[in-house]
Ligand binder design. Structure first.
Ligand SMILES: Cc1cc2nc3c(=O)[nH]c(=O)nc-3n(C[C@H](O)[C@H](O)[C@H](O)COP(=O)(O)O)c2cc1C
Ligand code: SF4
Ligand code: SF4
Length: 258
């Protein structure tokens, strides 16, 4: 049986859930590591599952920087790119795949998984709890099918074709290119709501936030993961929108589905 190792970046839990489910089916003993927690285990494994969420049909900044910072690590590895998304990405898996190939990796496959939308401060794509649970159930079924095929040596090819590349580029990435570039600067806190609990500072994967004398400040290194926004007890933080509409944590749904 092939041995796997998984690295994932997950702002609000979707990607963690999907990668864990997939990798446990492929190799029960596989290490599953959050990207921000370090990757010392990875060197010993030939087969890597790299999971991340799609942002504006692209890979999050933290994932791009991680791939490039650890360039030497990818040489000779077989990488399966797993991209979770709220609706559509075109080539969500392909975006990391192209980067990884430039770093010497061989891309074994791509898997796209539709999950509930994590953008807490936009009304777009918001679904009821029942709908979210159904979406997760469908993603699980897709993961189960993919794992069975991978075990037989047939990897999924989502997002890797030239057509998918065009879909990602023209369907979304080009239109959002400028918006995405500057969106991270839009992180803001409603000072009247904030009770200086420090939760957001503790959970931020990029250590972008500090709290000094009750004043919360961002430091220009936001990767737009929505973790602080979904976990603020006061719903005081926004990024793309002006008001928190529906805070999202995957485990609120994954822990109570049948
Ligand atoms: C800033 C941002 C941009 C996003 N852009 C897209 C997108 O282009 N297409 C899409 O289908 N989903 C998009 N999403 C939704 C997430 O990709 C999706 O909810 C993902 O499963 C979240 O994974 P996580 O919980 O592991 O962070 C976006 C989410 C964020 C926070
Ligand atoms: S989590 Fe919310 S309430 Fe707590 S410090 Fe951050 S913004 Fe303020
Ligand atoms: S500031 Fe918030 S949205 Fe930005 S990277 Fe940190 S936790 Fe994620």
């Amino acid at each position: 049986m092939e041995k796997f190792c998984a690295i994932y970046f997950s702002g609000t839990g979707n990607t963690k859930f999907c990668v864990t489910k997939l990798v446990k089916m492929l190799d029960e003993a596989a290490p599953i590591v959050a990207l921000e927690d370090g990757v010392s285990a990875v060197g010993a494994y030939e087969n890597i599952v790299l999971g991340y969420s799609v942002q504006f049909s692209n890979i999050p900044k933290i994932v791009r920087e991680f791939i490039l910072r650890n360039k030497a690590m990818w040489s000779g590895k077989n990488v399966l790119c797993v991209a979770t998304m709220g609706a559509f990405s075109g080539d969500g898996a392909g975006c990391a795949a192209r980067l990884l190939k430039r770093c010497g990796a061989s891309v074994s496959g791509g898997l796209h998984l539709k999950m509930p939308d994590s953008v807490c401060d936009s009304k777009l794509l918001k679904r009821s709890n029942t709908e979210n649970i159904q979406i997760i159930r469908r993603a699980e079924e897709k993961i189960e099918r993919a794992a069975l095929r991978i075990k037989r040596g047939k990897f999924p090819r989502d997002g890797l074709s030239f057509f998918a590349h065009l879909m990602g580029l023209f369907g979304q990435r080009l239109w959002f290119c400028n918006k995405a570039k500057h969106a991270c600067d839009k992180w803001k806190v409603d000072k009247a709501r904030c009770v200086a609990c420090g939760n957001c500072v503790r959970v931020c994967p990029t250590h972008n936030l500090t709290l000094e004398n009750g004043v919360l400040s961002p430091h220009g290194n936001c990767t737009m993961c929505y973790r602080c926004i979904s976990l603020c007890p006061q719903a005081a933080i926004t990024l793309l929108g002006e008001r928190v509409v529906q805070q999202y944590r995957a485990e609120n749904f994954t822990d109570r589905r049948e």
